[in-house]
Design a binder for this molecule. Sequence first.
Ligand SMILES: C[S@@+](CC[C@H](N)C(=O)[O-])C[C@H]1O[C@@H](n2cnc3c(N)ncnc32)[C@H](O)[C@@H]1O
Length: 330
Amino acid sequence: MSDYRNIDKIFDKILNSEEFISSPVYFEKKFSNSLLQNHAKVFLYLLIKSIKAKSVLEIGTYMAGTTKIISEAIGDSGLVISLESNKQRENLNIEEIGTWDKKFQENTMLVTSTSNDFFNISKFNEKIWFDFIFVDGDHTYTGALTDLLNSARYAAPGAIIVVDDAIQPPVFSAVKDFLVLNKDWREIGGKFNEANAREYIEPTSSNNSIPFLILEGPSKHFIGPRNYSVYKEFKNSLSGLNIKLDKPSEQGKLYSRFLISHLSGGEDGGMSIVDHVNDIEKNQQEINIILDKEFISHNENTIKVDIHLFFETQAKINNKLSLLKPPELI
Ligand SMILES: C[S@@+](CC[C@H](N)C(=O)[O-])C[C@H]1O[C@@H](n2cnc3c(N)ncnc32)[C@H](O)[C@@H]1O
């Protein structure tokens, strides 16, 4: 079975659809605040609708024009979180959203934060895997690469990441290097492949009709021989991590390193490193990593924890733990 849901067919269908060809004028008027070209607006709307995305993250709200497109595409049972680092836009965007239909106001959450802070500190991280992520914030190489690396950590199984302004060289290079590091992701236009990963590739989008590079993630999240990271901030206490599997495990060892930063939130201040090894039995469906000592925050500041996980089986086959949902702190 393929590790991908294979959106190539959906992609072709959208580009050849009557709606894609005939709606740009309507979209231009309706979503005039969006910085996207009109065809790109229609494409984004149709793609989100076609894959039935329900949880969407947008990095870079600007005037909330594209946020509105996303909000309408996901419908009232969805949630779009849109991040904007520029505080001066906050009130303007709240006003803008106040002019929308109520049901679309309700499925939209604006967050004034840099993407980095959001990913590293956000309380939303706790439970959410995003079905769709629109990367359109920091267009520098390191900014775009960091956004992609973080996005992949919070992408749902089979998620789609759409990167805007693909032909900007720093953005294109960031996608190229992201794919080198994340071999389980693919770009759907086939613009990158093993043979040319080391060579210069002229910046281009996934298709000439749109300005985007479109990335598809693997259909499952795994903890395997390559590292899997969980970064969380927690308020009161940390005893360990709960991992629910969607397929019974093979016998093996789960290695974890907890980097616990309690510079201001803990009793004694500083940083703790706790290493753990769990013996995993064949057919286990749930794993609890329990720390020898509980960490407690004694004041308003939170304690942060980064957990690095590896799984290894002796036979080196089926050496992956397939996750049912995001691991949760306990
Ligand atoms: C190109 S505009 C976004 C356009 C919008 N998505 C649209 O389609 O209309 C980029 C926005 O991202 C914001 N931004 C830049 N770096 C950011 C970051 N690291 N996190 C969140 N927002 C960021 C900028 O302030 C700017 O408003």
